[in-house]
Design a protein around this ligand. Structure first.
Ligand code: FAQ
Length: 333
């Protein structure tokens, strides 16, 4: 069980954190500048707390909604081995969501509040999970590109200034790297030993997932309203554009080994910058998806809301049982 939610924010101390408190703010900024980690019980400015709730809860929602595109293929996996791996991976993503909800709960927000924000559309989740999974090759490509992008983004969060989030990320990153490898290995199998049709299926999946994977890192730094403050506070350690570039640089050689073409005619090595240059990203598509109008937004949210509503009887039964049990336990002690 993931227990850090027992370590809750110090409410008395933090009740007035929204009001200006220059002395405490200065002490807080000095701790951040010294590279110290902030624990739930420490004083923190209201805006720091809200930024963390926004990012961690949206990250948790992404993990939970992110189970849906892959679970679509569990019953159609080509072999028992692939089915077992995919089942384990999807379960891992559910676990990541729970670690992250627990980390966000330390900041004085309940899980019900976070879930309500997801269901009524106030909270976001990653744009990538609003694309459909059309073939088995999508399972390999999600592992390789989507988990690969997730790791690139998440390894620096292991050093996030908010310790409960950083601790959750250490566990998550270990599992994500297994996810990335299993995806790449599934693709290698199809590309090295597969039929022409299987190879074409891999290329088609890469063509569809490449650009949305680059969008996962968020808008360009120049148009990222949260980045400057989050970087100053050590919530984000590396900027959206820098992470995107690192991802492209790491992925191009892997694509060459696979023997697939990345769908970008402008992609080439720039010796002067010592990085790959790549073509323009369609940011209008990104914002359309983020604002609820991607190919699967409606379907994904509906599945989450339906699951929540059809699980109401389980929550009611668990609460009724807990209520019944409490007086007896007290009487016995
Ligand atoms: N999708 O100012 P910024 C995974 C929003 S987990 C949707 O740059 P920030 C595991 C952003 O929220 C994937 N919205 O924001 C897995 C903000 O809106 P707001 C999730 C996006 O927070 C693998 C607005 O745009 N990972 O894949 C996206 O500084 C396989 C302006 O943006 C995380 O959540 C987007 N892609 O930087 C599971 C990692 N990008 O909130 C299953 C933690 C931006 O002001 C299968 N999060 N927006 O209304 C982060 O690192 C950051 O929050 C960023 C965004 C980098 C995502």
């Amino acid at each position: 069980m993931y227990t850090q939610a027992m370590d809750l924010i110090n409410k008395n101390d933090n009740d007035h954190a929204d009001a200006p408190d220059p002395v405490r703010e200065q002490a807080f900024e000095a701790r951040i500048a010294a590279g110290e980690f902030i624990e739930a019980k420490d004083w923190m400015p209201g805006h720091y707390r809200k930024t963390l709730i926004r990012q961690i809860s949206q990250h948790a929602h992404s993990e939970i909604v992110g189970m849906l595109p892959e679970s679509n293929w569990i019953s159609r996996a080509p072999t028992l081995k692939r089915k077992a791996i995919l089942l384990a991976k999807v379960q891992d993503e559910g676990g990541h969501g729970l670690y992250l909800y627990a980390a966000a709960e330390t900041l004085d927000i309940s899980r019900d509040q976070m879930i309500e924000a997801l269901h009524n559309g106030r909270a976001k989740y990653s744009s990538i999970f609003n694309y459909p999974t059309l073939t088995w090759a999508d399972m390999g490509v999600i592992g390789w590109l989507v988990d690969g992008a997730a790791i690139m983004n998440q390894v620096p969060i292991c050093r996030c200034s908010y310790a409960p989030y950083a601790r959750a990320m250490i566990r998550i990153c270990r599992e994500e790297s297994f996810h990335q490898r299993q995806g790449y290995e599934a693709l290698l199998t199809m590309m090295q030993g597969g039929t022409a049709a299987q190879k074409a299926m891999v290329q088609d999946a890469v063509n569809r997932w490449w650009w949305p994977s680059l969008m996962m890192f968020g808008p360009p730094d120049s148009e990222s309203p949260n980045s400057a403050q989050s970087m100053r506070w050590g919530i984000k350690r590396v900027s959206n554009d820098d992470l995107r570039q690192k991802f492209v640089d790491a992925t191009v050689p892997q694509a060459e080994i696979l023997g697939i073409t990345l769908p970008d005619p402008l992609l080439h090595w720039n010796a002067q910058r010592a990085h790959y240059d790549f073509g323009p990203i369609q940011w209008d598509e990104f914002w359309r998806v983020v604002n609820g109008n991607g190919p699967c937004n409606h379907e994904r949210l509906k599945m989450r809301v339906d699951a929540w509503e059809s699980g109401a009887w389980v929550r009611d039964a668990a609460l009724a049982y807990a209520k019944q049990k409490t007086p007896q336990t007290t009487a016995q002690t």
